[in-house]
Write a protein that binds this ligand. Sequence first.
Ligand code: ATP
Length: 296
Amino acid sequence: MEVLKVESLSKDYGRIKALKGVSFSVPEGVVFGVLGPNGSGKTTLLGIIVDILKPTSGSFSLFGEKPEARHRKKIGTLLETPNFYHYLTGEQNLLINASIKGRGSNDIDRVLKLVNLDTRRHSKFSTYSLGMKQRLAIAAAMLGNPDILLFDEPTNGLDPVGIAEIRSLIKELHQQGKTIIMASHLLDEVEKVCTHVAVLKKGDLIVHGNVDEIFSTNDMVELAATNKSTLVSVLNSLSGIVNVKEEENGIVIASFPKGTADLANINKHCFENGVVLNKLNLKRQSLESKFFELTN
Ligand code: ATP
């Protein structure tokens, strides 16, 4: 089942086109990353889904139906740092949050355990580390056990330990069968925690789908030989090769479909065709270069 389906969604702020006809769908039970640089429209997209913003045109459905309040009850959100009271404890803050939302007042124990704050439940919010504050915010989003969680840049501003905690929490929620939709400008984060991704650039949806497929990285082989042009033509005659590219520093990069580069076979082919290699090295295309390829 699709928990969210977005169809030709556009949003203008005056002359600024924050979203330009974006369409994609989110299957149930995935961790869906909305990836893009600052200003690409991620927050606008999430704002429309939670009904804070009205789209200029286009539509979306939740659980296969026209969005209504009863659907939104099944969505827990963390869009910006919630306004917790500094002089109240974590638990007291959650109780207030539950009463404002009208859900989850009997769910405090569970969510505190989930985010690993049960031992600090009676400490004042002001004594929490940034990572703990963010975990409390996630606990608040989890109140009432919603099926979908919507997080905007959940690791923003955290130190490496805090980031790791939030990421493992997201993985745990995924294992529990929750659908998580999260905006991030960090490719690395999306690679580490998301199963699916939609890449936005200046309001346009560039690509979307399964992370493994989208970022499926070709095998890249670095080669060098005294006679570079002969090397290039010999490589081009090799079966299964996808692309041969000459780099400036005398290196030639040959791409093969993922998992198919056979160095011994490449070496043999070159030698039999009169090319003696003085460099032969397998390296995968970095995700980062793939991301730049997608967004630039
Ligand atoms: P960031 O990571 O910086 O929050 P984002 O990908 O979430 O970026 P949005 O915040 O959705 O992007 O912004 C998309 C575009 O819309 C940007 O050009 C932004 O300046 C503009 N924008 C967002 N909100 C408003 C607003 N209320 N009024 C005018 N322009 C806005």
